[in-house]
Design a protein around this ligand. Structure first.
Ligand code: GLY
Ligand code: MN
Ligand code: MN
Length: 456
């Protein structure tokens, strides 16, 4: 989609670009590289077909500027010099050619236009020393033309494609967001909130998943491929499928809605989930308990907070929700170690958020990419770093009635502690997830999502 530009963003952008440049300067120096070529990526064709998969730009390029629909273009950067953009603009009357960037981005780059991929390669190939090529290797490695007309392009000598040391360095620093990046995520959040309200209204009016999805898209006016991730629109039992991927037409009796959907602005994602009970007070009460617990978890976000400890706190909180709601008997203090909470809350509490909805770097101890050891009880956590000012992350606890996990719980040693009558009543609602996007600030955190719901 077109980049979003407002005065505030335009004011913030130059300092952002300085930060990006400095990070690349340091990363290239640490890896003894002279220059980097960042490819936008390519359109990938279906097997034996002339149609392509939805194009997804290289996040390393998006951090420089919002070139969101420019396959085959690239950026060439040598520390100490102005970055050069080579925009691929074929003479193509079948498709609208990619546009040149405008203000406030254009003035910061030398911009060349190339009508052919061979021309792109000539432009890149000039005067590069030890160069890293970042991005989908297909942009450099494949034979141009369809059918092929030329031998495959030879990368300049001494070049490296996606060197892991450079990627690790860049990925380690990606979670620290500049004020410009935080503003993009804030705007993405503000766009998403009215769309969530429209989706809720469609649900309450008896709409199908498809209808609810359309209400969301109609409000935010983004296409499905412009959204940062496929919207999850789950009515009734489908709420128990964590990444439910269909948009059903059934408008059978509405019980519940779990909607995990959000927008992107200038290549930056938001990631928001809300859960609703149509008319059942007991399920509405359970949603409110999870909502209160979620707010208590978000309140613990601050610099110096190890995220794995916050995840453990989330499990302790869900233990109390299960106990207070009468789903599980006995002392909630030991539900976590007995694996009871994991049967109802089987995913991580959150992840970094930014250019990628699951932003990179969540498990890195340092810029060389050393993996942080994960707690034995939570071996699959995406985010295990200690939180620091400027990072943006999600807080998204859940409580679900997932048949396969409930069967194991029932058949296991703790099955007798569960009130199966209560579970049976709540089963038809599928599940609950509540997800906000928060910025770690010097004094704690700022909840972008709650602020947008309060005003939007
Ligand atoms: N929307 C995917 C997630 O919440 O991680
Ligand atoms: Mn989500
Ligand atoms: Mn998420």
């Amino acid at each position: 989609m077109d980049p979003t530009v407002d005065k505030h963003l335009a004011e913030l952008y130059p300092a952002h670009l300085d930060t990006v440049r400095r990070r690349f300067d340091e990363a290239l120096a640490a890896c003894e590289l002279d220059a980097v070529v960042i490819g936008a990526g390519v359109e990938i064709y279906f097997f034996c077909d002339d149609q392509t998969y939805p194009y997804k730009p290289n996040p390393h390029l998006l951090q420089w500027l919002p070139l969101t629909r420019h396959p085959e273009s690239c950026l060439v950067y040598t520390p100490g010099e102005r970055a050069k953009l080579i925009i691929y603009q074929p003479d193509d009357f079948w498709h609208a050619p990619p546009e040149l960037p405008g203000a406030p981005w254009a003035e910061h780059f030398d911009i060349e236009v190339s009508e052919t991929t061979d021309g792109m390669r000539d432009a890149i190939g000039k005067a590069l020393g030890r160069t890293a090529f970042l991005g989908d290797p297909a942009q450099w490695a494949r034979t141009p033309g369809n059918p092929p007309t030329k031998p495959p392009w030879k990368l300049p000598p001494e070049s490296q494609v996606n060197p892991p040391a450079l990627l690790n360095h860049l990925h380690y620093y990606r979670p620290y967001k500049t004020p410009y990046e935080i503003e993009c995520i804030r705007l993405a959040t503000q766009l998403s909130v009215p769309a969530h309200r429209a989706a809720e209204a469609a649900f309450r009016a008896g709409g199908s998943e498809y209808d609810i999805w359309h209400a969301f898209l109609g409000s935010c006016r983004q296409t499905p491929t412009q959204l940062p991730y496929p919207a999850i629109v789950a009515r009734n039992r489908n709420g128990a499928v964590l990444h439910y991927q269909h948009y059903g037409h059934s408008a059978d009796t509405p019980h519940s809605l779990l909607i995990d959907a959000a927008c992107a602005v200038n290549g930056y994602a938001s990631d928001i989930t809300r859960s609703y009970s149509h008319s059942d007070p007991e399920f509405a009460d359970l949603i409110e308990r999870v909502n209160e617990a979620q707010q208590a978890m978000a309140a613990e976000v601050r610099p110096g907070q190890p995220f794995a400890e916050l995840h453990d706190f989330a499990h302790q909180s869900i233990a109390h929700v299960l106990s207070d709601a009468g789903l599980v008997n006995g002392n909630p203090e030991n539900y976590v170690e007995r694996g009871i909470t994991a049967a109802f809350f089987p995913h991580g509490l959150g992840h970094f958020l930014g250019i990628q909805v699951h932003e990179v770097g969540g498990s890195f101890a340092d810029r060389t990419g050393t993996e942080i050891e994960r707690p034995a009880r939570y071996p699959n956590l995406r985010l295990v770093r200690t939180l620091e000012t400027g990072q943006v992350l999600t807080i998204e606890p859940g409580l679900y009635f997932i048949d396969s996990l409930l069967t194991k719980l029932k058949d296991g040693p703790h099955g007798k502690d569960v009130n199966w009558n209560t579970v049976d009543h709540l089963h038809k609602f599928g599940g609950i997830r509540i997800e906000d996007n928060v910025v770690v600030t010097e004094s704690g955190m700022e909840n972008l999502t709650r602020a947008a719901f309060a005003t939007g």
